[in-house]
Design a protein. Structure first.
Ligand code: GAR
Length: 198
């Protein structure tokens, strides 16, 4: 059984999907902690409701804006909680340094597009769906992938396509991509890594 640490920044609907699928889809791991880089993240409430320990580590307020210190503090917390596999579930800060080398091949991210489209620096959250709609593509989706030093550049684990519909707004499309893709493939990818199938 692997110990899973989840990093979040916001609403935490992907975290909720992971919590809900423990024991069914996720059989080879269990969530042992949730860490947020924002004190107001609603995902922290979801974790507390599920009885999962939480911690807030903020780049500016706690680490003086120092990216390396921010990563070092997260890494320290993950080790303290004996985390084996890290999941970025709507974590909107860039990771680097010690954390990436220490957990190489054991960090999973969910991105709300079909990589290599609409990804990389600056593509996060609603911005991704805005770019998708303004380009006019007819199919989008989500990608679960391993994290390396290149933003959204690590090995792809799973992808799922979602159709764009007439009248979509970024908000409507974001919700459909979450429901039809992210909440399904993220728990599956986490199980793949925990079960050593990657
Ligand atoms: C999700 O759509 C996730 O794919 C995206 O942020 C949202 C977080 O929602 N992540 C990225 O854009 C990463 N580049 P949530 O907090 O409700 O899970």
């Amino acid at each position: 059984m692997k110990n899973i640490g989840v990093l979040i920044s916001g609403g935490g609907t992907n975290l909720q999907a992971l919590i809900d699928k423990q024991g069914s889809v996720i059989k080879s791991g269990r969530i042992v902690c949730v860490c947020s880089n924002s004190a107001g993240a609603y995902g922290l409430e979801r974790a507390k409701k599920a009885g999962v320990p939480t911690k807030v580590i903020r780049k500016n307020a706690d680490c003086g804006g120092d990216v390396l210190e921010f990563n070092r503090r997260i890494c320290e917390y993950m080790k303290e909680m004996k985390v084996d596999v890290i999941v970025l579930a709507g974590f909107l800060a860039i990771l680097g340094g010690e954390l990436l080398s220490e957990y190489a091949g054991r960090i999973i991210n969910i991105h709300p597009s079909l990589i290599p489209s609409f990804c990389g620096d600056g593509f996060y959250g609603l911005k991704v769906h805005e770019a998708v709609l303004s380009y006019g593509v007819k199919v989008t989706g989500a990608t679960a992938h391993l994290v390396n030093e290149i933003t959204d550049g690590g090995r792809i684990l799973l992808q799922k396509a979602v159709y764009i519909k007439d009248g979509d707004t970024p908000e409507i499309l974001q919700k459909r991509v979450m429901e039809q893709a992210e909440w399904i493939i993220l728990p599956e990818a986490v199980e793949m890594v925990c079960a050593g199938k990657v």
